[in-house]
Design a binder for this molecule. Structure first.
Ligand code: ATP
Ligand code: MG
Length: 433
C-alpha cells in the first residue's frame, strides 16, 4: 500500500479532500444495510467515518469489514471526501479495508455501574472522557517540566523505597525489606532537601503513597507528586514559584488542549484567565471567613474538605492560605518569626470548591528544634540522623512544595472523583487491575 499513513485527525481535513490516504485504528461504531456500510474508526487522534461498498471491496472483504464488532482493529485506504452528515464533516471512501484483529463482543456499554467499569478499567480507559482527561494530564506534566526547566530547576530521581516515614507513620505503607521495616515513599522532600546543597534548585515527579483509609473523592493511596525544593528562598519566593507554575500550566493546557477541555465541560477561557498573583490570606483570616460562611473552626483545627469547599466555591482564581498552626503541620516546617504558634508555610486551594492542590513551607534549619520535634513525635532518631546532617554541614534557608498532579487534573478537567484523573486508580478497596 503506497498511500500515506495519516493520523485520523489529519486524514479528515480540508487539505486531504480528493486525495488517497491510509488510516489505522479501532472500530468505534458501525451500521450497514445492503451493500453499504458506515464504519466510524477511532485512533489516538480522533474519529472518521469510513464508507465501505461491497461493489468496491468485493464480497469477502466487505463481509469481514462490515461485520467487524466494535474495538476490532482495522486498516483502511481510500479517498477523503467532504460529507456534512459524517461526524467531523469528512469521510473516507474505502478502496481497501482490512480487519487486522476482530474483537469479541465488547463488555463495556452505557448504563453500567462505576464498580463494574473500574473492574474493567483496562478496557474502560478507552472511553472518550478518560482519553481527553489523560491527554490533558500529559499536557499538565509536560508544561510543568517546561516551566521548571526554564527556571533552572533540575529533575531528580529520589527513591521510592525508604527508611523514613516523613509525613508521620500512621499513613505510611510499611513492608519488610530484607529483615527490616521500610516504607513506600510519602514524599521525596527529605531527599530533595539533601540535593539542594549541590544543585540549589531541584524537583521530582514520583509516585507518593498514603495509606489513607478515609474514602474521599480527593484521596488516592498512590498519586503523582510533583515536588520542588530551592536553596536561599523564603515564603515570598516560594509563593511566587507556585503561582507562576500553576498559571503557566493553565495557559498551556488551554492553548494546546482546548478541544479536550471543552469535551470535559471546561471552558478554555477559564484557564486562560488564571493570573498570578493569587490572593493570600492567613490561616486566622481563613477562620474569620469560615465563621461568616457558617463553618466555624477553633484555632488549631485543620481545614477539611468542607471548609476548603466553602472558602473556594465562589472563586475563579486559586487562593493561598498561609501561616497554619505548627501543631497541625509536619515537623520540618519553619516557625514564623513573629508568632511561634504558626509556620511559614501555605496551602494552595483550587477554585470552584476543589480545595487543596499544593502543600508548601519554609524548612526549619535549627538542628536542635528539629531533634526536639522528632523526639516529641516518637520518631526513630537513628533513621533521621542523615537528615540532621543537612543542618550540620552548611545549612541554608530553603523552602519547597508538593503538588498533587491528580488534584490539579481534577480541578482543570472538572472531574467529580479523583479516580477519574488516573488510568489505574489505587484506593483502599482497589489495587487491581
Ligand atoms: P490532605 O489534607 O488533602 O490530605 P495533605 O496535607 O496530606 O493533603 P501534603 O502532605 O501537603 O498533603 O501533600 C502535598 C500535596 O499532595 C497535597 O497538597 C495534595 O495536592 C497531594 N495529596 C496529598 N495526599 C494525597 C492523596 N492521598 N491523593 C492525592 N493527592 C494527595
Ligand atoms: Mg493528607
Amino acid at each position: 500500500m503506497s498511500e500515506p499513513l495519516l493520523p485520523i485527525a489529519e486524514a479528515g481535513s480540508k487539505d486531504t479532500v480528493g486525495k488517497q490516504c491510509r488510516i489505522r485504528g479501532w472500530v468505534y461504531r458501525t451500521r450497514s444495510s445492503g451493500g453499504l456500510a458506515f464504519v466510524v474508526v477511532r485512533d489516538a487522534s480522533g474519529i472518521i467515518q469510513v464508507t465501505a461498498r461491497k461493489q468496491v471491496l468485493g464480497d469477502e472483504a466487505y463481509a469481514k469489514f462490515s461485520s467487524a464488532l466494535i474495538e476490532s482493529s482495522v486498516e483502511v485506504t481510500g479517498e477523503v471526501a467532504e460529507d456534512r452528515r459524517a461526524p467531523g464533516g469528512y469521510e473516507l471512501r474505502a478502496t481497501t479495508a482490512l480487519v487486522h484483529a476482530p474483537a469479541e463482543p465488547f463488555p463495556i456499554f452505557s448504563g453500567q455501574t462505576d464498580e463494574f467499569l473500574l473492574d474493567k478499567r483496562h478496557l474502560s480507559i478507552r472511553s472518550s472522557e478518560i482519553v481527553a482527561t489523560l491527554k490533558v494530564k500529559a499536557e499538565i506534566l509536560h508544561s510543568a517540566r517546561a516551566y521548571l526547566d526554564e527556571h533552572k530547576y533540575l529533575e531528580m530521581t529520589p527513591p521510592i523505597l525508604t527508611g523514613n516515614a516523613a509525613e508521620g507513620g500512621s499513613e505510611a505503607f510499611t513492608f519488610e525489606y530484607f529483615g527490616r521495616e521500610a516504607y513506600l515513599s510519602q514524599t521525596a522532600q527529605l531527599y530533595l532537601e539533601a540535593l539542594i546543597y549541590p544543585l540549589e534548585r531541584v524537583y521530582s515527579i514520583t509516585p507518593s503513597f498514603r495509606a489513607e483509609k478515609s474514602r474521599t473523592n480527593r484521596h488516592l493511596t498512590e498519586y503523582t507528586h510533583l515536588e520542588v525544593e530551592s536553596a536561599w528562598t523564603g515564603l515570598k519566593e516560594n509563593l511566587e514559584l507556585q503561582e507562576g507554575l500553576i498559571a503557566h500550566i493553565c495557559h498551556e493546557v488551554a492553548t494546546r488542549r482546548p478541544r479536550e477541555l471543552e469535551a470535559l465541560g471546561r471552558k478554555p477561557e477559564e484557564m486562560l484567565a488564571i493570573t498570578a498573583p493569587f490572593e493570600r490570606i492567613r490561616y486566622e483570616e481563613a477562620l474569620e471567613r469560615l465563621k461568616t460562611l457558617g463553618h466555624p473552626l477553633e484555632f488549631g483545627q485543620d481545614l477539611g474538605t468542607n471548609e476548603e469547599r466553602a472558602l473556594t466555591a465562589e472563586r475563579k482564581q486559586p487562593l493561598f492560605v498561609t501561616n497554619y498552626p505548627a501543631e497541625i503541620k509536619a515537623f520540618y516546617m519553619l516557625r514564623n518569626a513573629g508568632d511561634s504558634r504558626l509556620v511559614d508555610g501555605n496551602d494552595m486551594l483550587a477554585p470552584e470548591g476543589y480545595g487543596e492542590i499544593i502543600g508548601a513551607s519554609c524548612r526549619e534549619t535549627d538542628i536542635e528544634v528539629l531533634k526536639a520535634r522528632l523526639e516529641k513525635q516518637g520518631a526513630k532518631m537513628e533513621n533521621y540522623d542523615w537528615y540532621l546532617d543537612l543542618r550540620r554541614y552548611g545549612s541554608v534557608p530553603h523552602s519547597g512544595f508538593g503538588l498533587g498532579v491528580e488534584r490539579v487534573v481534577r480541578w482543570i478537567c472538572k472531574r467529580e472523583h479523583i479516580r477519574d484523573t488516573t488510568p489505574f486508580p489505587r484506593t483502599p478497596s482497589r489495587v487491581t487491575p
